[in-house]
Write a protein that binds this ligand. Structure first.
Ligand code: PLP
Length: 756
């Protein structure tokens, strides 16, 4: 079963690769044997950077190539540019001190920024940018094979400028060409000639079955042996101008990658920590080298810490690893500080125009004449917390293996949260796949300019198939007959095939292999994905767990059969929120999270777990429209369902069952919060209004805000408490919250003026 993280070995090898890069820059064996040093730093360690490129290829570039939107590309470029900028700043003082920037012209600055990097290890970042851009461009025009072929030609050109330069020297016209070229970039080991081949190989190696480990290991050993021979031979001939690129490096990198993918999975999910740590080690080790040298000088330990190259390497590695694992630890407070600063700016109104699209133009207290829109927060409304949403995305993502993406369920108006607001926020933080229940939901997202893949999980009538294509929506194949209809429509359509592994609701039965295979052969259908739904993954009972395990196995078995049949396996997904929480790390390309993304457990048993990790996004509030007396013996509301036993004060709230407030909460079964205190519901909840007892809350007056879900003072009503009172799950409660509720973004409470 695939319950362990199948990319675990890639993550572990990143750490090894980072330490190999440290070796390149410290020459651990330098003091002992020049041959040993050459082998370690110029042969063995040369697999590190290609490996990093291959991982980027598999997890980032593949996504870009598969995805019609440019969002992935832009997101990646922004991330790398930010990192590169931070690294440039970090190493600026050292560079100045070392005189790197003396006599710099505009052209040499560009050369440095675009190709060579501003410090010796920083060439990697511009190489990532240029390489990813090159491969992305290629992916627009050709298939993977073509991309690999073009990249191989580029690599070959690079090779001649690198360790095979001796050949070029024998051909003077060619040598001149390269000399001109070297004015533009100092090495061919860069984003144009070096990175593309490994990026595309990364995509290629990620495909295919996860078997044949022994063969890959043997091929790895053989090709590494050949590469060692190649390197020493080139060294003998003094052909090398630089020593980053070998012919045999290509098979070595490919077989290494396949080997790592084939190794048996390990339990545990340390992926994100290892990924972050290896990046920090890469970034910081040159600074640590300087620190170690400085400390050695000050403490007169040069002979130990510098001259003994092995101890020098160990010191730098240990300190770099310490920094690598330690820094993410500080990231949380920094993040929190940033969020708070951002919140303050927003409250000060600095970014309001940009960020609060959902809020109607007419704000409370704003008197515009003639008034064209109603007052915000005037009657009953939902408050949405974007920081909570981002935090939940982050937590859920941390449970997923690398390369797996969130595909939030934004059906049913995003469980009442507002599909457009939710999807827009998610787009903004880089989420670019969604699932909805039906066509109309997909279309309204597209009309709101939501980017990325949108999968319709349910039935679309054949009459509307053309709309799928028009709005770029992806349809679920709900059974075999439906697949025939889709294919028969004669329109190219993007689909995900549903596999029924035991829920018997949607999909082709997993044992109907011939039908499944036949769908893959149908014309007009681009088979982008394959999924199943785990129908009892929320339950910890042993029989439920074993049922789920069987579902998971049955699903992967179908994937294996596709593989055996030589059908390239589409993107896989099987987990919903509880599927991810209870079965994290399953090998999948997407997780279809709904309820957990909104920070709410489905039922009360999980409340403690959720409150530790996930934050509710939604609060539900309503106005007090009137406070009145009810005298002893009088009844209130429909059906005289409540009779006062003593004189009391009651408040009328402008929210009712038509807004989604369950009628089950009538007659004291529910309460609301006013000024932090409980006000029980009295009588029957009406369609548009609700009565509550405020005898115990004398402060209450018309215009006050009552909290139905959320925090008031020291008290809180959670969605799950409300749902349990009504004998249902939060999914139902939230998705029934009505159209009529206004949806606004959460702002500091003091900003809402009282209404009188
Ligand atoms: C609604 C839905 C989801 C999301 O479920 P949650 O439990 O809310 O995470 C996932 N997959 C399918 C097929 C769904 O219908």
């Amino acid at each position: 079963m695939h319950t362990s993280n199948n990319y675990g070995w890639l993550d572990r090898f990143r750490l090894v690769a980072a330490l190999l890069v440290v070796a390149i820059h410290t020459s651990p064996l330098g003091a002992f044997s020049p041959e040993g040093d050459f082998f370690l730093t110029r042969v063995l360690a040369r697999i590190a950077v290609p490996f990093f490129f291959m991982v980027t290829g598999q997890f980032t570039v593949k996504k870009m190539a598969d995805n019609p939107s440019r969002l992935c590309l832009l997101h990646y470029l922004r991330k790398i540019l930010l990192l590169y900028a931070a690294a440039i700043l970090l190493y600026l003082p050292v560079g100045i001190y070392a005189g790197h920037y003396q006599g710099m012209t505009f052209l040499s600055a560009m050369k440095m920024l675009l190709f060579d990097g501003t410090f010796y290890h920083l060439w990697y970042f511009p190489a990532c940018i240029l390489g990813v851009l090159t491969v992305y461009l290629m992916s627009r025009f050709m298939k993977l094979r073509g991309m690999i072929a073009v990249s191989a030609v580029l690599y070959f050109i690079g090779l001649l400028g690198d360790s095979y330069f001796g050949l070029v020297r024998k051909l003077p016209p060619l040598e001149t060409a390269y000399e001109v070229f070297f004015r533009i970039c100092s090495y061919t080991r860069n984003g144009l000639f070096f990175a593309p081949l490994f990026l595309t190989l990364g995509i290629w190696c990620s495909k295919g079955s996860r078997r044949g480990g022994i063969v890959y290991i043997s091929m790895l050993a053989l090709s590494f042996l050949l590469m060692t021979g190649e390197a020493f031979l080139l060294r003998c001939f003094s052909w090398q101008r630089h020593d980053s690129m070998y012919l045999m490096l290509v098979p070595v990198a490919a077989f290494l990658y396949r080997t790592l993918l084939c190794l048996p999975g390990l339990p545990g999910n340390t992926g994100k920590r290892l990924r972050n740590a290896s990046l920090w080690i890469y970034l910081l080790h040159p600074a640590i080298i300087i620190v170690v040298r400085g400390v050695a000088k000050i403490m007169h330990l040069e002979s130990l810490l510098i001259n003994n190259s092995l101890i020098h390497y160990i010191a730098v590695s240990v300190l770099s690893a310490g920094a690598g694992f330690g820094i993410p630890f500080f990231a949380v407070p920094i993040r929190r500080f940033w969020d708070q600063a951002w919140g303050i700016c927003r409250r000060a109104g600095i970014f309001r125009r940009l960020t609060e699209k959902t809020e109607p133009a007419g704000k409370l207290g704003e008197i515009s004449s003639p008034q064209s829109t109603y007052t915000s927060r005037g009657r009953a409304w939902i408050e949405l917390d974007r920081t909570a949403l981002a935090q939940n995305v982050e937590y859920l993502s941390s449970l997923m293996p690398e390369g797996c993406r969130l595909m939030p369920a934004v059906k049913a108006n995003a469980y009442g949260h507002g599909a457009v607001w939710t999807a827009t926020e998610l787009n903004r933080i880089g989420v670019d796949a969604f699932c909805v229940a039906c066509l109309s939901e997909g279309i309204s997202l597209r009309k709101a300019n939501i980017r990325g893949e949108i999968l319709i999980l349910g039935y679309t009538p054949p009459e509307d198939f053309a709309l799928l294509a028009r709005y770029g929506l992806t349809q679920t194949v709900i059974d075999y007959e439906y697949a025939e209809r889709l294919a028969g429509a004669g329109i190219p359509l993007h689909v995900h095939i549903g596999i029924d592994t035991g829920m018997h609701r949607i999909g082709i039965r997993c044992e109907e292999i011939t039908d499944i295979l036949a769908v893959f052969e149908m014309p007009n259908l681009s088979m982008d994905g394959m999924f199943t739904h785990l129908c009892t993954c929320d339950s910890p009972l042993p029989e439920s767990r074993s049922f789920t395990d069987n579902q998971i196995q049955a699903f992967y078995r179908v994937a294996e059969i596709l593989d055996e049949q030589g059908i390239s396996c589409p993107r896989l997904h099987l987990q919903s929120s509880y599927g991810l929480l209870n079965y994290p790390g399953l090998d999948a390309d997407y997780v279809r999270a709904g309820i957990a993304l909104y920070g709410v457990p489905s039922s009360a048993e999980d409340e403690a777990f959720f409150s530790d990790h996930l934050v509710p996004v939604l609060s539900l509030k309503a106005r007090v429209t009137s406070v009145r007396m009810l005298f002893s013996g009088e009844s209130a509301g429909y059906g005289l369902a409540f009779t006062a036993e003593k004189n009391m004060r009651i408040a009328v709230l402008s929210i009712g069952y038509a807004d989604g407030l369950p009628r089950e909460l009538s007659c004291g079964k529910g309460y609301v919060l006013l000024h932090g205190s409980k006000a029980p519901v009295i009588g029957k909840i009406c369609m548009d209004q609700t009565l509550v007892d405020v005898s115990g809350i004398p402060k209450t007056s018309a215009g006050d805000t009552a909290v139905l879900i959320g925090i008031s003072g020291e008290s809180e009503i959670t969605a799950v408490q409300l749902a349990s009172r009504c004998g249902t799950i939060t999914n139902e409660l939230l998705s029934r919250l009505g159209e009529r509720l206004e949806r606004v973004e959460k702002i500091a409470p003091t900003v809402i003026p009282e209404w009188h």
